[in-house]
Design a protein. Structure first.
Length: 347
């Protein structure tokens, strides 16, 4: 069970109990955290995907058939398309303002901003350029200079009051709570499972089917008895089987190809096709697991997992009928059940 479901099982950490969540700004939109740490650089504010290029209509009569062209927006500033440049700059700035707003409004109690160190500019024009270019680190620096904030330590500023919240209040805001005690006694001391229960039977059947799938994957790569080692290695390297299962699967496959009835169909120098597609006159696709072409007959082998059923027989009969319609001699059909003990049904 774990092998099949391990990728889907995970532990979800609670948001309010000694946990740290690392996520993108917009992933956090609409959430409230007691404390937020926001590292920001001028490069962390996004720019237009694909750089500064945008597809625009040149608006030139001589090339009026050219409806659009990927212009570099920065090159349009002093051209007839300068309005497109200004519009894109405005839209990009608005996006970045929204991004910054979301980042700065997620904290419930405390917000820590980590920004690049900024040297204050002296001229008003230089300050305006900083805000126009929307460089957050520089903007924070200019804001601090403008407000003449007191530096507590080298590069560290504080706004507001340093409040302390009792632990009980923090836990109250959470849907989780601490267990005062935990009963560590094993449930096996109180419950017994019946080995004949339907659940146990289902579990065994499920395990058998998974085992059959592993064997089936390797068998699809085997033409004759000499291919077994190579097929096992290929399945292992491709991640289809696990290293600890390789020997067991190999032993099981050797039982198939040395089976009193099946063994003759895995000898060398036979014409064999694995998982060949057959299309009938209605366009329906069929794919038998193994076809063996002999001088006087054609053998169809299909590997199955789980319990035998009439549906399996009906399917392999259809394969045989198609081969007969294609004028292959005397189709002969076998169902091989990949269970703990190999099951063989001639149809």
């Amino acid at each position: 069970w774990w092998t099949e479901h391990e990728k889907d099982i995970f532990i979800e950490l609670p948001n309010g109990l000694d946990a740290v969540t690392i996520q993108t700004v917009f992933k956090a939109k609409g959430l409230q955290y007691p404390v937020v740490i926001f590292p920001i650089t001028d490069k962390s504010i996004r720019t237009k995907a694909g750089g500064d290029r945008s597809w625009l209509n040149p608006g030139v009569e001589k090339i009026d058939k050219l409806k659009s062209f990927p212009f570099s927006l920065s090159s349009l500033k002093e051209t007839s398309l300068s309005l497109a440049y200004e519009e894109e700059q405005t839209n990009q700035k608005l996006d970045n303002i929204n991004l910054l707003y979301v980042a700065l409004t997620r904290a419930k109690h405390r917000l820590f901003i980590l920004a690049n160190k900024h040297k204050a500019v002296k001229s008003k024009k230089a300050a305006e350029n900083i805000y126009n270019s929307f460089k957050p680190s520089a903007m924070f620096g200019e804001y601090l200079s403008d407000k003449d904030r007191f530096m507590l330590e080298e590069g560290f500023y504080r706004f507001g009051e340093n409040l302390h919240f009792p632990e009980s209040e923090l836990i109250k805001d959470s849907d989780f709570y601490y267990l005062e005690k935990f009963n560590g006694a094993s449930w096996r001391n109180y419950l017994n499972l019946s080995n004949s229960s339907k659940f146990t039977d289902l579990e065994k059947e499920y395990s058998s089917q998974i085992w059959g799938v592993y064997v089936h994957e390797v068998m699809a790569d085997i033409q004759n008895i000499t291919d077994v080692p190579k097929a096992l290695n290929r399945a292992l390297y491709a991640g289809l089987i696990k290293p600890e299962d390789k020997i067991k699967i190999g032993d099981y496959i050797n039982q198939i190809i040395s089976h009193p009835v099946l063994g003759q169909f895995y000898k060398q120098n036979l014409k064999v096709v694995n998982e060949a597609d057959i299309i009938d006159s209605f366009g329906q696709l069929y794919r038998p697991d193994r076809l063996v072409f002999l001088n006087n007959k054609t053998v169809v082998i299909d590997y199955k997992t789980g319990k035998a059923s009439e549906k399996h027989k009906k399917q392999i009969r259809e394969y045989a009928e198609l081969l007969a319609l294609m004028n292959y001699p005397e189709p002969e059909s076998y169902l091989v059940y990949l269970q703990e003990n190999i099951g063989l049904v001639k149809v």
